[in-house]
Design a protein around this ligand. Structure first.
Ligand SMILES: *Cc1c(COP(=O)(O)O)cnc(C)c1O
Length: 462
């Protein structure tokens, strides 16, 4: 054993290797040193454990190269989304268009007028690029934009209802991913939760009976990730607004996803748009920037000037402020909604949601063709299924889609696909591994084919 340990090459043998240095490029040498150390440590460990080892420097160099490649790859990187979920929170929600990304690159690789008024030559307002477009699109009197919609809810409750009661239906006391729960946010904001009605039924008189001198806000929350079905009743935004007006209490609606486009246009059942909610007369509405809006992570707050002024002045607004990357992605995405037809073409979220069946099918057929031409070692079939919108938008609604089913052990294949250089996330249904082609881009088809072949060969060999 001692003999073997002595024969392990020194770190320096590899540190100046041209091949490895060229792999490293202009990244810190530290990473190469770490890759070498890690591989040599593993060899040492194997020797101690009496495992068979190869001390040939060429072999070790290849191992170091593999390790180095892994270290060089950013930990946050691209994946192929073959789940069919268009707004997948774990996979980064909304996709941004090339055009917007190009503009973002130009903006952030130099200085910008982020908070500079070019006319006056002095400090300007950070949010003016979003103010005009959001007012134009929705007719809202005033605008405030923060880090995300969870932050928006916290800010609105803190600014308008600290120390006061907020009336909300028991059917709307939601928890969404990442432990965002209405009762907890309420407590954090200093507002007092006043729940009314029951899980399945809440009537207008429940709200009315709960109103007291200490009522600060009437709150309506979109039940984003579940649906109560059967014997149910809830109060509409219009009714709540009427009640608020009668007692002089502001009404706030957390719309969750918040769409500018009527989802009936993509074959789903009606959900109020942002414009509808404002038209119904709510005082304040908030929603996410990276759900159905298809922009960047943000929480958009719209409504009456009187309330927005209080919200904007609250210190939490500064704490939840967004940066220039978000501001520019939102501005350049929102512009497309001035012409709905363009939004369907140019905002990737809407393009993916409104994709014609034939287009999805064509991608599936092309992938199958690619696989066959390269001798894919397993059976694949084209099947019809449904995709989800995701992002806590429209939980029970489904869009028809086309998938490729790969006839290999699904758990094994799934694991191998996630290990590929560009990891692929598919879905398993009825013990079949499916690739939903709705969320796969044409530009990804050849990588996807390569990955499938590599993964399938590995399974076949095992
Ligand atoms: C998604 C959602 C939120 C949180 O929005 P983020 O932008 O993810 O912070 C809050 N409320 C509802 C109803 C939601 O659906």
């Amino acid at each position: 054993m001692k003999e073997l340990l002595k024969r392990i090459p020194k770190v320096d043998v590899f540190l100046n290797d041209e091949d490895l240095l060229s792999e490293l490029g202009n990244k810190p040498r530290y990473l190469l040193r770490k890759a070498i150390r890690d591989v040599l440590d593993e060899v040492r460990e194997d020797i101690r454990n009496g495992k068979k080892i190869d001390l040939n420097p060429e072999f070790l160099k290849e191992e170091i190269k593999k390790k180095l490649k892994k270290l060089l790859k950013p930990k946050l990187h691209k994946v192929i989304n073959a789940t069919g979920v268009v707004l997948h929170t774990n996979l980064g929600r909304a996709v941004i268009s090339e055009e917007v990304a190009e503009y973002l690159k130009e903006l952030i690789t130099g200085y910008s007028n982020l908070e500079y008024d070019l006319q006056k030559g002095k400090r300007g307002l950070r949010y003016r690029n979003l103010e005009w477009i959001l007012k134009e699109l929705t007719g809202a009197e005033d605008v405030c934009v923060v880090n995300n919609n969870a932050g928006a809810v916290l800010l609105v409750l803190s600014a308008l209802a600290r120390g006061k009661e907020v009336i909300v239906s028991r059917g709307e006391l939601i928890e969404i991913g990442g432990s965002f729960r209405i009762p907890d946010v309420m407590q954090q904001s200093g507002a007092i939760l006043k729940e009314v009605g029951t899980t399945n039924k809440t009537h207008l008189k429940d709200y009315e009976n709960a109103i007291s001198e200490n009522t600060g806000l009437l709150l309506k929350v979109h039940t984003s990730n579940y649906k109560i079905m059967g014997f149910t009743a809830s109060v509409s935004t219009e009714e709540l607004v009427e009640l608020g007006e009668k007692y002089g209490i502001p009404v706030y609606e957390d719309l969750g996803s918040g769409s500018f486009i009527d989802v009936r246009k993509i074959g789903l059942s009606y959900e109020p748009t942002v414009q509808d909610v404002l038209k119904a007369g709510v005082d304040v509405v908030s929603f996410s920037g990276d759900k159905l809006l298809g922009g960047a992570q943000a929480g958009i707050i719209l409504g009456k000037r009187k309330y927005l002024e209080i919200i904007k002045k609250h210190p939490l607004n500064r704490a939840l402020r967004i940066d220039k990357m978000t501001l520019t992605v939102l501005e350049n995405t929102l512009v497309y909604y001035l012409d709905e037809k363009l939004a369907f073409e140019k905002v990737p979220t809407w393009k993916l949601l409104s994709q014609p069946q034939e287009e999805i099918k064509k991608k599936a057929e092309e992938l199958i063709q690619l696989l066959k031409s390269k001798g894919f070692p397993a059976k694949v079939s084209l099947i019809q299924d449904t995709s989800e919108v995701g992002g806590g938008a429209l939980p029970t609604q489904q869009l028809p889609t086309w998938c490729i089913a790969v006839h290999l052990p699904p758990e094994k294949l799934d694991k191998e696909m996630r290990k590929q250089e560009t990891p692929v996330i598919g879905r398993i249904k009825n013990n079949l591994y499916l690739l939903d082609m709705r969320t796969v881009f044409n530009s990804e088809l050849s990588i996807l084919a390569e990955s499938l072949i590599k993964a399938a060969n590995k399974i076949k060999k095992a």
